[in-house]
Design a protein around this ligand. Structure first.
Ligand SMILES: Nc1ncnc2c1ncn2[C@@H]1O[C@H](COP(=O)(O)OP(=O)(O)OP(=O)(O)O)[C@@H](O)[C@H]1O
Length: 251
């Protein structure tokens, strides 16, 4: 079943035509990775899918319904989560406080200013469950600014999961991570339940081939090819254009 459909999407910044008639279909449960060189338009594509940027033309459907005319927060309510290339966290708050705020945002809690936050039991339970599941319980009282870079990226994913999304857009989740952080991170991504669909922008080919079951190659703003990892790896044209004929291998 197609969960996310991008139809003839165009995006220009004044005279610069960045995305040129992009068509992509993402099936429910897919780990769909978008690759392409710097400047190909990958982040711009995410911004258009999530509503951070308006489209110049085209359509975006989620579960068969058009979402391209509604603001980002409504897309979140409809089941779309997102992480950003740059941190989108409250650095002066603790891990736990960040998670609670994200859950509250989704559930639209009515706060009573005389009731301490820890007295919202279901909120505390949900927060505890998420931190346990993602092995961050021990770090719950640490200020975000004191977390390692990898932990901050992981926290962003925990926050996106806190809204019970059907689909999450992950923008270069491993960029800036050490090899150890990257491999821990890949293991954790693999723990995300299959019913949650993932669309991932990624540069690290080892990560791409260890996560993807579908890959789209974005080339000068065009979705040049969408195929299985095996087909992408075996495609001579893609090898030559993107990797100078070097092997597209992760081993
Ligand atoms: N707000 C903007 N105004 C003008 N040009 C922009 C804007 N945002 C992006 N661009 C241009 O659009 C092109 C695509 O940028 P984008 O960030 O989407 O590429 P990318 O594939 O994500 O690259 P990278 O892998 O380096 O993150 C670039 O040439 C960039 O300079």
């Amino acid at each position: 079943m197609t969960l996310l459909k991008i139809e003839d999407l165009n995006k220009s910044f004044k005279a610069l035509h960045i995305l040129k008639g992009v068509n992509i279909e993402v099936n429910k449960g897919e780990r769909h990775v978008i690759i392409g060189p710097n400047g190909a338009g990958k982040t711009t594509l995410f911004n258009c899918i999530y509503g951070t940027l308006p489209l110049s033309s085209g359509k975006v459907y989620l579960a068969g319904k058009r979402i391209d005319h509604i603001p980002s927060f409504k897309r979140t309510e409809k089941g779309m989560g997102r992480t950003f290339q740059k941190n989108n966290l409250f650095e002066e708050l603790t891990v736990e406080e960040n998670v609670r705020l994200a859950i509250m945002g989704k559930k639209k809690y009515r706060l009573n200013m005389f009731k301490p936050m820890q007295n919202y039991n279901d909120l505390a339970e949900e927060c505890h469950r998420l931190l346990e599941e993602w092995e961050m319980t021990e770090r719950r009282t640490v200020l975000v600014k004191e977390l390692s870079y990898g932990e901050q990226r992981l926290l962003e994913i925990i926050l996106s999961l806190s809204t019970n999304p059907e689909i999450i857009l992950l923008d270069e989740p491993t960029s800036g991570m050490s090899p150890t952080e990257t491999s821990r991170f890949v293991k954790l991504i693999k723990k995300i339940p299959d019913h949650i669909t993932l669309v991932i922008i990624e540069h690290d080919m080892e990560v791409v081939f260890s996560l993807a079951n579908k890959i789209t190659v974005l080339h000068h703003g065009t979705a040049m090819m969408t195929a299985s990892p095996e087909e992408i790896r075996g495609n001579q044209m893609i090898q030559e254009i993107y990797f100078g004929g070097g092997a597209l291998s992760h081993d």
